[in-house]
Design a protein around this ligand. Structure first.
Ligand code: SAH
Length: 262
């Protein structure tokens, strides 16, 4: 099978580095991510990438914001895919930078499928996913021999606005449930878990801006958390952690933020 001139150019030149930027604190970047950022020609980055992480880029690197706030997509996914193919075809060292880990609720796989179909070479650099980074900075171990032997990562962002999760698996005892993108659906999620048999006093934490100076942790139970989160006016990005491990927050919280030192 022969390649078109354009395809030959793409395969013989640029490369796309799909990099996980971690949850916010730039110290959580991997060494490989930090090194590649310093050598990038162009970076295409998402909403969740913190300004401190972008500071690793060389002054001359072109920065393209691809957006993706909830309900406010600056660039459509297909446009992002096409842009990555085009930039690599121009022979550039392209960094595609995503919050957390690109393969966890990050659509990284979809972007790579397009690159693969166009013969563009790529590499994946994992990042610290929010579940891991945010829970660490909140002092909530996701597993603990006394409380949880299983941990589930689920998305609370649901296509038609209603939660369509496997509720029976979510309410099993001795496990921790971590919900990405679940802030607006929180009241519904808590109600449904109780409806499917979870105890109303099951501890819940919601962490906003985890691992950054503005980190906020709100704790409660399945019956109280939605009201507390709304009273504290938590915003996105926020991660929800459900399970008895949340009890450990009171004992293990170590990270000092602006709010906690005020
Ligand atoms: N690929 C990312 C997740 C993208 S989905 C990762 O691996 O972390 C976006 C969701 O991640 C947010 O809605 C929020 O639930 C969570 N999240 C990401 N960064 C966060 C942070 N610093 N604090 C709290 N939640 C965060």
């Amino acid at each position: 099978m022969s390649l078109s001139a354009k395809e030959v150019k793409a395969t013989s030149s640029g490369c796309v580095y799909l990099i996980g930027a971690g949850p916010g604190d730039p110290e959580l970047l991997t060494l490989r991510a930090a090194r590649l950022l310093q050598r990038a020609d162009v970076v295409v980055y998402d909403n969740l990438v913190s300004a401190d992480v972008l500071d690793f880029l060389p002054a001359g690197a072109e920065r393209i914001y691809a957006g993706k706030r909830r309900n406010e997509h600056t660039m459509r996914q297909e446009q992002i895919n096409a842009l990555l193919v085009k930039l690599a075809g121009e022979g550039k060292r392209v960094v595609r930078l995503k919050g957390g880990d690109p393969f966890i609720f990050g659509r990284g796989g979809e972007e790579l499928q397009t690159l693969a179909a166009h013969g563009v070479s790529f590499e994946v650099i994992p990042g610290v996913t929010a579940a891991s980074g945010v829970s660490s900075y909140a002092g909530i171990p996701l597993t603990h021999r006394n409380y949880a032997q299983t941990c589930l990562f689920v998305t609370g962002h649901l296509k038609d606005g209603t939660a369509d999760l496997d509720w029976h698996s979510l309410v099993r005892p001795n496990q921790t449930v971590v919900i990405y993108m679940g802030l607006s659906g929180l009241p519904d999620i808590c109600q449904r878990m109780v409806h499917h048999g979870a105890p109303t006093d099951l501890p819940v934490a919601v962490v906003q801006d985890g691992s950054t100076k503005t980190q906020k942790v709100v704790t409660g139970t399945l019956s109280t958390i939605a009201e507390r989160v709304s009273a504290q006016k938590l915003k996105s990005p926020s991660l929800t952690i459900i399970g008895n491990v949340v009890k450990l927050h009171a004992e293990l919280a170590w990270f000092k933020t602006v709010a906690s030192s005020a």
